[in-house]
Write a protein that binds this ligand. Sequence first.
Ligand SMILES: [Cu+2]
Length: 96
Amino acid sequence: MKLVKSLPAFLMLAAAFPSLAATRAVTLNVSGMTCSVCPITVKKALEAVSGVSKVDVSFARKQAVVTYDDAKTNVAALTKATANAGYPSTLAGKAK
Ligand SMILES: [Cu+2]
């Protein structure tokens, strides 16, 4: 019955540390995009970040949806990448 007893503890641990490497998708607000060419620059900047697997930039919504491996990069690196390209961004929301 040792296993049964330790299971809740294991589940709690698993909940505290969801996984060591997970694919995440975040939406960034990129307010500085002023023309239809801007999203291309933003997309390239984000795709250059190691760990990023997918980038969808919407000029109409002034947002970038970025899919990345959270073991390799993080939101701070993503916003820094867009800022370095001339487009400061902020986290808009999360999607699992
Ligand atoms: Cu532009």
